[in-house]
Design a protein around this ligand. Structure first.
Ligand code: NAG
Length: 279
């Protein structure tokens, strides 16, 4: 973990550049900036993770994970296919979703350990997460041969078009997303780790009001002994203005990494959640 600390800055920069590309793809640019040109047959690249140690860039796309050489973006390509079974896709379409949206859009990629990635995809509107071994670039499998999956609800949106963000802090995933099929229930939570520590925001529009998540960051303890914090950047509908029209405003929210919730009504809820307007 320590060794990768220096890698954070370039990784963040690269990630930001790529997420802009990905947003472009969502806006209908067809992912032309990074997509079909370099990677024929690969659609909707929407997540990226850089290993500065090995110089490998991992990309999450539609039903596909790619591993490419970050320097050339073309040589040493490897791909993993992670698809949704046909009958499950049919169920998704029966619920009124389009054929195109009932795929597995891989939206979350984070290192759990040095050589293990946590990947989450929309999985035909039933989000699932899996582990990737980076040594041989493969999906971890169950004894029976199937992909080892974990529920992705609250970690990754159901809808591939919805904005979300995640950050991994010492092997634990913090996520800002929505956790229902309709995409109407936003939350910021500690999404992995021991069950009793899966703390989240209250279901109330004063905590989060139609948010669009942008990014998240871990800030380590500083010299003054201020403890570790997780920051989330997003925009939301401002409730402080009593106007007829909806006003979107930029926000930053902060929770303490050590927050494991409170007592009684605050069980499994953040007790350190604070948010502020960004000017
Ligand atoms: C995937 O990309 C296509 C164009 O390449 C675009 O029309 C479609 O909206 C994208 N889908 C999602 C879920 O972003």
């Amino acid at each position: 973990m320590k060794a990768s600390a220096n890698a954070v800055a370039p990784a963040l920069l690269c990630y930001c550049l790529l997420s802009r590309c990905a947003t472009g793809a969502f806006d209908g640019y067809g992912g032309a900036m990074l997509g079909s040109l370099q990677f024929p047959g690969v659609w909707n690249i929407s997540s990226a993770l850089l290993s500065a140690v090995s110089g490998t860039l991992y990309l999450g796309a539609r039903d596909t994970l790619l591993s490419v050489d970050a320097a050339s973006l073309s040589s040493k390509q490897e791909a993993i296919v992670w698809k949704v079974p046909e009958e499950k896709r049919q169920l998704c379409m029966n619920k009124g979703k389009t054929e195109a949206d009932c795929h597995n859009y891989i939206l979350v990629l984070e290192f759990v350990e040095k050589d293990r990635i946590y990947a989450c995809g929309t999985y035909a509107f039933d989000p699932q997460c899996a582990f990737i071994n980076t040594v041989d670039f493969s999906l971890q499998r169950e004894a029976g041969g199937g992909v080892r999956m974990e529920a992705g609800k609250g970690k990754c949106p159901f809808d591939p078009r919805q904005r979300h963000t995640t950050v991994m802090a010492d092997g634990v995933l913090y996520s800002a997303t929505t956790n229902n099929f309709m995409g109407t229930m936003p939350l910021i939570s500690r999404a992995t780790g021991p069950e009793r520590e899966r703390v989240r925001t209250e279901e109330s529009s004063s905590w989060l009001s139609e948010p669009e998540f942008v990014s998240a960051a871990l800030v380590r303890e500083n010299a003054a002994g201020d403890d570790e914090k997780i920051y989330f950047f997003f925009s939301e509908v401002a409730e402080e203005y009593d106007l007829y029209m909806k006003v979107k405003t930029a926000r930053v929210a902060r929770v303490c990494k050590g927050d494991v919730g409170g007592m009684k009504v605050l069980q499994k809820r953040w007790t350190s959640f604070l948010k502020a307007g960004l000017v």
